[in-house]
Design a protein around this ligand. Structure first.
Ligand code: OGA
Ligand code: MN
Length: 339
């Protein structure tokens, strides 16, 4: 699906592409003579759905905006009338759960045998987060081996090197459970893998229930963790490599607020734009599995990122390193039943 972002199939031609461009981060053209801090171009956010405030208004007044309804069996789960199979659960994860999955995403989900976007260049990279915290540097040992060294030691080796903190900033995805192969756009069951951790399975099953065919239980088999820094986007795509589209994809948002675009079955269909905040869970099942979607924007400024409580919770921890990371980042964990 990352590929689809770079294919210039529809430069500006489709409604989806136009929406992506509309929300994407652009900077004001620098004035010739000033070298002031770059300013983001203002964007009109007035038509972005905010399920947090929709939910608050609904709980207070019982009124919903046109085109939005609550799920039959749970009035805290929201649906969009013309996107059957799509569910939005605002604030589904407690602060404690958010902290837990942020820590796991950074310390364990990116560990081998789980693969990340760094594998293709560096091979398996272990302990990236701790190495960044310790200011280590990844150094090329021979034609195909890379190893972390302390900064001083790395300087003495005149080899190719890259600092762990740069690699952490460039971490874009990792795959859990059955390993998804981006180059073949399919699951490669022959690759070594760990099962998805039990606590994550239980959480996914709990939230998937509302979108499941009656009497069936969700079976988490694979997951993709996306890491976003400022300016990172996820281009419009479909997740269509799983066998049974009646099963939902369970998608959890952590960290900075983002804009999510939910299009239709064609990129010509104008997408709904909505905010995804830390703790929100989105389900895509049935017809919504055939809908283009993507993330054109994350917000890291204090006013828009909406992570005050999360940041202060994480900053109680030693070293503040999780708080430092999440201040400028978003993490998305999306969990799938593959077969
Ligand atoms: C995906 C995806 C959405 C998000 O990884 O397939 O659609 O919220 N992620 O990051
Ligand atoms: Mn997707």
């Amino acid at each position: 699906m990352y590929e689809s972002a770079t294919v210039s199939d529809d430069a500006d031609r489709t409604a989806f592409r136009r929406a992506e461009k509309n929300y994407k981060l652009y900077y004001e053209q620098d004035s010739k003579f000033s070298r002031k801090k770059k300013l983001p171009k203002p964007v009109d956010l007035s038509s972005v759905l905010d399920f947090n405030s929709i939910s608050q208004d609904f709980n207070r007044t019982g009124v919903l905006p046109d085109g939005i309804r609550v799920a039959e069996s749970d009035s805290q789960v929201f649906c969009i009338e013309n996107r059957p199979g799509f569910y939005f659960i605002p604030n589904a994860l407690s602060l404690e759960e958010q902290c837990k999955w942020i820590r796991e995403s950074l310390t364990s989900f990116s560990q081998p045998p789980n693969r990340t976007n760094h594998n293709a260049i560096y091979g398996p990279v272990a302990d990236l987060f701790d190495s960044a915290k310790a200011n280590k540097v990844l150094v090329q040992e021979d034609a195909n081996g890379w190893k972390f060294y302390d900064g001083e030691e790395a300087k003495q080796r005149s080899c190719k090197s890259v600092s762990a903190s740069v690699l952490l900033r460039k971490l874009r995805w990792s795959t859990l459970g059955l390993q998804f192969d981006w180059s073949k756009r399919n699951y490669d069951v022959s690759l070594p893998h760990n099962n998805i951790p039990d606590a994550l399975c239980q959480l996914a099953k709990k939230h998937a229930a509302i979108a499941m065919p009656a009497g069936e239980e969700f079976r988490p088999e694979g997951a993709i963790v996306n890491y976003f820094g400022l300016g990172d986007t996820l281009g419009g795509h479909l997740d269509d490599m799983e066998a049974d589209w009646s099963k939902p994809i369970v998608s959890m948002s952590l960290g900075c607020k983002a804009i999510f675009l939910l299009g239709g079955k064609s990129k010509e269909d104008p997408p709904h734009a909505m905010y995804l905040r830390s703790g929100d869970v989105v389900l895509m099942a049935g017809e919504a599995r055939e809908c283009f979607h993507g993330v054109p924007r994350i917000f890291i400024d204090e006013e828009n990122a909406d992570i005050g409580a999360l940041e202060s919770e994480l900053s109680h921890e030693s070293g503040h390193s999780f708080a430092e990371y999440i201040k400028t980042s978003r993490i998305n964990i999306n969990i799938r039943q593959v077969f």
